[in-house]
Write a protein that binds this ligand. Structure first.
Ligand code: GLA
Length: 599
């Protein structure tokens, strides 16, 4: 009875999800060309290079260059204002700081960013703005000396959108015409009653919804509710238009579990800076989450630092590596440098068509980590044509190395003919005995386009279609995890704590390691005939697993070390769901081994 109890409890839950519309669902994948953010958004944002010390003149100078240098033609279209544009909130409305946005001063004494937005639109660009889901912004708490902080009384300085969702959505989208908004979260993280500036009466207290680096102490449900409220207000303000919402909650409070419902991209880490190691940490925060991304829902490791610090014109090898890593992840490509200081070398880094094409590939698959050995890492991104992959071979370290990967590990036939070229130079690369080997300088990434054949004709593996996966917000939650890297609910080829997923003594690149009790849905869109998998558990997990097809039980059973591979008839099935056995004493994870999808 107890065993079945779990299944019948799980079933209504699973059934309930079938009809829940999700961003990036089968419908939006099919509709890739028309869905909002069908491919990762591209554009420019001032924060990395200007911090908060910029205004309309600087932004317009960059916008001009996006057009003149034809960067806009390559896709860099969103010109996004960050923190610092506001003066105060009065009578419920936000007033613009006209000393730095002079075009916002209207004859009747009010302020409006409509002229600014109209100019960007007239240039063929899109306009992005910034707010905070709480009452106050990050700069108010962390940049007391910046020149552009809100002014006035405690209440007038509450320029965040908390309690003003509808009014702000109407102002920013219906009246001013913005196309994009970054919604930051310091207002719900950093204004607790015991913060000195709050105690001193400078700000009202906001009981934190985000406890930084402590997911279990955060109120993820309430945070999600706030973002949901904002997204609803935007929908009401401009029905049918769907401006992009970029959720800036830094990978905290289980943001990966819920952000896809309320935004098209979400930060997976704290702020990037122009240092190599920070860039790597931000890369890692997104790289382990390939199963959470797809058309209309992108992991965001933060804006690019190409052109700045460790990635400036004197460090083109590192600049190319950073760009290649964001490209392979299907990360949003938001430039964060001063385009007035671009050198020809840096222009080549941000404007390489083959590199951008990997990032913008219409299938919307994020690159999947194939291997990591010391400083060597291989990441492969399935492109829309079966058998075609972008492959990044990354030297994370400060010494030269030789790095190699087998075509079979990329899910490609080691014997069928393949064409391999270097995305940066177009130069040909050869596989020898089914392996690609490159010599890499310190901090160098080789970015290749491999046009090969699938390992088996007519068969897709998980790494060929991560955009079809949807990881549900259930399952075992590690008590000691940090949200950035240490525990990921579902990964291809790795267990949730990051160890390689092994089967018969080899890494199972076709398996997914998941949290016990998790639910992973896969959009098949009636395109597949048969799914095969091997339910052998890693950890002597004895609980029962369930596999649903469009809400009906296709198979259930007990995972044991000797269980036979399963073969499921999925003709006409739109979505299957894999329900892992619940956590039991000592078992926190489960593995769906050797998944194959036959057409
Ligand atoms: C936060 C965000 C940054 C930037 C600053 C502005 O730190 O994560 O990207 O927007 O606020 O103050």
């Amino acid at each position: 009875m107890a065993r079945w109890g779990w299944i019948s409890r799980a079933l209504p839950l699973a059934l309930a999800t079938v009809s829940v519309p999700m961003n990036g669902s089968a419908a939006s994948a099919q509709n890739a060309a028309t869905a909002p953010a069908a491919t990762p958004p591209m554009g420019w944002n001032p924060y990395n290079v200007f911090d908060l010390d910029y205004g309309e003149a600087e932004v317009m100078a960059q916008a001009d260059l996006l057009v003149k240098l034809r960067l806009a033609d390559l896709g860099y279209r969103y010109v996004n204002v960050d923190d610092g544009w506001w003066l105060k909130r009065e009578g419920g409305t936000i007033h613009v700081r006209t000393s730095i946005y002079p075009s916002a001063r209207l004859a009747d004494g009010t302020t409006s960013l409509r002229p600014f937005v109209d100019r960007l639109h007239a240039m063929g660009l899109k306009a992005g703005i910034y707010t905070d889901i709480g009452r106050n912004s990050c700069s108010q708490r962390f940049r007391p000396n910046t020149p552009n902080l809100p002014e006035g009384s405690v209440i007038q300085r509450e320029i965040g959108t908390y309690g003003h969702h509808d009014a702000d959505a109407v102002l920013l989208f219906a009246r001013w015409g913005f196309d994009f908004i970054k919604v930051d979260a310091c207002g719900v993280a950093d204004f607790a009653a015991d913060v000195p500036e709050v105690r001193d009466g400078k700000f009202r207290a906001f009981p934190p919804l985000i406890a930084r680096e402590r997911p279990n102490a955060s109120d993820a449900a309430e945070l999600a509710r706030q973002y949901a409220g904002f997204a609803d207000a935007v929908r009401r303000a401009v029905p049918g238009r769907q401006p992009l919402i970029s959720i800036c909650a830094w990978g905290q409070a289980d943001v990966n579990d819920w952000a896809h419902r309320y935004g098209q991209m979400w930060r997976t880490s704290f702020d990037i800076n122009a240092k190599w190691d920070t860039m790597l940490a931000n890369f890692d925060s997104a790289a382990s989450r390939a199963l959470f991304a797809g058309p209309g829902r992108w992991n965001d490791p933060d804006m690019l630092e190409v052109g700045n610090g460790d990635f400036d014109g004197e460090h083109l090898v590192a600049a190319r590596a950073h760009m290649a890593m964001w490209a392979i992840l299907a990360a949003p490509l938001i430039l964060g440098n001063d385009l007035r200081r671009l050198t020809p070398g840096l222009t080549d880094v941000i404007a390489n068509r083959a590199v951008i094409a990997i990032n913008q590939d219409q299938a919307g698959n994020q690159g999947v980590v194939v291997s990591r050995d010391g400083d060597g890492q291989v990441v492969a991104k399935a492109l829309a044509t079966p058998g075609h992959k972008g492959v990044a071979l990354i030297n994370r370290g400060r010494k030269p190395m030789t790095l190699s990967t087998g075509l079979a590990d990329l899910g490609l036939s080691p014997t069928a003919p393949s064409t391999i070229r270097d995305a940066w130079t177009g130069g040909a690369v050869r596989a020898v005995n089914g392996r690609i080997t490159v010599a890499l300088a310190p901090q160098e990434t080789a970015l290749l386009v491999v046009e090969g054949q699938p390992l088996e004709r007519g068969v897709s593996l998980p790494a060929d279609m991560p955009a079809r996966f949807h990881v549900a917000d259930t399952g075992y939650k590690a008590p000691d995890r940090t949200p950035m890297r240490q525990w990921v609910l579902a990964q291809i080829g790795f267990r949730p704590y990051g160890e390689p997923l092994m089967l018969d003594g080899r890494q199972d690149h076709a398996g997914i390691g998941v949290a016990a009790g998790s639910r992973v849905a896969i959009d098949l869109a009636r395109r597949y005939r048969k799914v095969t998998l091997d339910p052998r558990s890693l950890s002597d997990q004895r609980g029962r697993f369930v596999i649903l097809g469009d809400g009906k039980v296709l198979r259930q059973g007990t995972a044991t070390r000797t269980a036979q591979p399963l073969s499921l008839n999925v003709r006409n099935v739109r979505r299957i769901e894999l329900l892992a056995p619940p956590a039991a004493e000592g078992t926190t994870s489960f593995a769906w081994h050797s998944l194959r999808f036959e057409r």
